[in-house]
Design a protein around this ligand. Structure first.
Ligand SMILES: [Zn+2]
Length: 648
């Protein structure tokens, strides 16, 4: 009986793998069915346009180049990172350091430039760039005459430079340890490039701490931290900390007295978004909040997103005015919606006329979280959702920030057990046209156990793209500095699929292993699929996909499986041994990547099978484990526990 169940689960999981590999190819066989009977949507209308042809010209000839980087005087500052990255990696590939010059010269067919950003050289060339569509993150790359143009906003030009390096030298950053690029390039024809890309999700936040805590690999993988997107004081829970901070005075009896008590819930844990229904106090509250918002917006000129976000406690104001709205609409969310709509109306004139902000297109955002998770919407007979009335529809410049804590992110978003996240997204869609998503993707109580969301990542991202998601942070081991349990691959897949959600996942996986592990690729990819198979067996044994689980029990991790994984990783080390002499830097990067993957199985052996070791070999095993953990920079066992004293 048990055997049958395991087999059924294995078969189900294998059919999921094959669905993932074919569903978005041009040769889609049309089988879009998923468990639970839902139909997978297809994502169209994304912008990833490539035309790559040849020219008779040379970019590099006999180990030399006539090309220079050209920027405007302003571009020298705006595109400083793009310039230095282009110089760094062009030199790594060719041993040639490109010169960067500023200039206002007009376009000339015979000039040889790599022009970055909005130069006069670009403006006088016969080309128009669609900056509005590109937004803050997209880019266009064009070869015109003998020059190459990389165009876009600040981040767009940086990402365009990475794309140009990819087209020229196969450049790709795969983790905090490995960047792939061809080297010793002595001759290179100038390609005729016509490329336009806009990422499917505008703001892509890294899943793992390896990128959160390393700006180089984060930017090279085309991602930004939340603080690079959202004004820091507008951060995660700010209404009482920055927007309307409770202020106190002292009365004649020496007692502390709260000023404007009607602005706050009785326990002062949240705002009273209606100011107790008192019109005068409500007007004063709006004016005070507006002053805070203006101050924050002016303080953070590089970010255009501001959160007006509730405090992180499960409470809401229960005064008569707030309660009346809850009674009428069945959710506490309406008091917050009315307030943010009134606040953004109040700020409208300032936002559109104030010199410092009128071109910034400021995005406001509120949480749908804890007490205000439910949307004021009703489901129609055809399954679509409508707002309860027009008054609860958010202003165009207000997004809803959804943080779904209790989902099982190992399951496809289309799975019947993922109903809640779909219901949240679709019901709120009746009230907003923009989402920010805070999802999760780790066992928070154990960073060293792999969280198997690999069969679900693409479905989730495609679903979010289809639902107007502007920002996605699938939070993983954000506060650590090194990955195991294939989390490097996870970060890579997220970075690629948030950029272009229709890429083929299995091709990405093979590309990752080929470029990270070189001659050891097949062995290491083999260990990945062996783990996925073990993971499928664990489901039958009752393993939870909750982010609060910590499935390290021996029944999930047979000793034979763990030692076989480690034996294969030893073989992987042997396969790259020749780089030790020929390319020591590359050797170290691959070697470290392999040792990182040994940490998870070694940890699970220590947790479950210590009693099968002799005392002496146990001590050796543990000492070697701790040495590698320290050398590689693993610093956390879980979100709140460090590895410092593990096993002592
Ligand atoms: Zn209230």
């Amino acid at each position: 009986m048990i055997k049958k169940r395991i087999l059924a689960v294995l078969l189900a999981s294998i059919s999921l793998f094959s669905l993932a590999s074919c569903k978005n190819g041009n040769d889609n066989d049309g089988d879009n069915s998923v468990p639970g009977g839902a139909v997978k949507p297809t994502v169209t209308d994304t912008i990833h346009e490539f035309s790559i042809e040849t020219t008779p010209y040379s970019l590099v000839k006999n180990g030399a180049t006539e090309y220079k980087i050209l920027v405007s005087e302003q571009g020298k500052i705006t595109h400083a990172e793009a310039i230095s990255e282009l110089q760094l990696f062009f030199e790594e590939a060719t041993d040639i350091k490109l010169t960067a010059v500023t200039g206002e010269e007009a376009f000339d067919n015979n000039a040889k430039y790599i022009s970055l950003g909005d130069t006069n050289f670009l403006q006088t060339a016969d080309v128009s760039i669609d900056y509005k569509t590109l937004g803050t993150q997209g880019y266009e790359i064009r070869t015109i005459g003998q020059s190459v143009f990389v165009c876009g906003a600040k981040q767009g030009v940086l990402y365009g430079v990475y794309e140009l390096l990819y087209q020229l030298f196969g450049f790709e950053t795969l983790s905090n340890k490995v960047t792939y690029i061809e080297t010793s390039v002595k001759d290179l024809p100038l390609p005729k490039l016509t490329i336009k890309e806009v990422p499917d999700i505008e703001f892509r936040v890294p899943v793992t701490g390896t990128q959160t805590n390393d700006a180089d690999s984060r930017h090279r993988m085309r991602m930004l931290n939340s603080e690079e997107v959202i004004m820091a004081e507008g951060g995660q829970h700010n209404t009482l900390r920055y927007i309307l901070k409770p202020e106190y005075t002292v009365d004649e009896n020496g007692n502390e007295v709260l000023l404007h008590p009607s602005w706050y819930s009785d326990d002062v844990t949240q705002l009273c978004y209606t100011a107790r229904g008192n019109a005068e106090e409500y007007a004063a509250m709006l004016a005070a909040a507006a002053e805070s918002v203006k101050r924050i917006i002016l303080k953070y000129p590089s970010q255009n997103v501001i959160a007006i976000s509730q405090m992180d406690v499960v409470s809401w104001c229960e005064c008569d005015a707030c309660q009346a709205l809850e009674d009428k609409y069945g959710t506490d969310a309406v008091s917050q919606i009315y307030f943010i709509n009134d606040l953004t109306d109040y700020l409208d004139e300032w936002l559109t006329t104030e010199e410092a902000v009128k071109d910034r297109d400021i995005q406001f955002m509120i949480f749908a979280y804890h007490m205000v998770e439910e949307a004021p919407a009703v489901q129609n007979e055809d399954g679509t959702w409508s707002p309860i009335d027009e008054s609860v529809v958010l202003n165009d410049n207000v997004a809803v920030w959804i943080a779904a804590l209790y989902e099982d992110y190992t399951l496809s978003v289309h799975h019947e057990d993922s109903y809640n996240i779909r219901r949240l997204m679709e019901s709120w869609h009746a009230c907003t046209n923009t989402y920010f998503i805070w999802a999760y993707n780790i066992y928070f109580d154990n960073y060293l156990i792999p969280y198997d969301s690999y069969g679900a990542i693409q479905d989730m991202i495609q679903y979010f793209v289809l639902h107007d998601t502007r920002y996605l942070w699938a939070q993983g081991n954000y506060n650590t500095h090194q990955n195991t349990g294939y989390d490097d691959l996870k970060s890579y897949l997220f970075s690629k699929l948030m950029w272009n959600c229709n890429l083929d996942v299995n091709t990405l996986i093979s590309n990752f292993f080929d470029k990270v592990y070189r001659e050891a690729a097949d062995i290491m990819e083999g260990t990945y699929w062996a783990w996925r198979l073990q993971s499928a067996k664990q489901i039958a044994l009752g393993r939870s996909g909750s982010i609060y689980a910590s499935p390290h029990a021996a029944k999930f991790w047979p000793q034979g499986y763990l030692t076989s994984q480690l034996d294969n990783m030893e073989a992987a080390k042997a396969a790259i041994e020749h780089y030790k002499i020929s390319d020591p830097k590359l050797y170290q990067a691959i070697y470290d990547s392999i040792v990182c993957e040994t940490i998870s199985p070694r940890f699970l052996l220590l947790e479950n099978y210590s009693n099968t070791f002799s005392n002496l070999s146990m001590l050796d095993f543990k000492t070697a484990f701790k040495k590698d953990v320290n050398l590689l920079g693993f610093d956390r066992l879980s979100e709140h526990v460090t590895l410092e004293n593990y096993g002592d």
